[in-house]
Design a protein. Structure first.
Length: 52
């Protein structure tokens, strides 16, 4: 859990974007991948997975 927290809050400027993106994924179930830094951070944290 510490690793996930550290990854999310490492870049303070994008923390809000990460949390908003995660919320969107939770509500919609998926998003269009654009390889943004925020998307990559969520994938690397293990909170989301990339399909297809």
């Amino acid at each position: 859990m510490k690793t996930i927290k550290d990854r999310i809050f490492f870049l303070e400027d994008s923390s809000g974007k990460l949390l908003k993106l995660h919320k969107t994924i939770l509500h919609q179930g998926k998003i269009t991948i654009d390889n943004s830094q925020e998307q990559q951070q969520l994938i690397l944290s293990g909170l989301v997975i990339r399909k297809g």
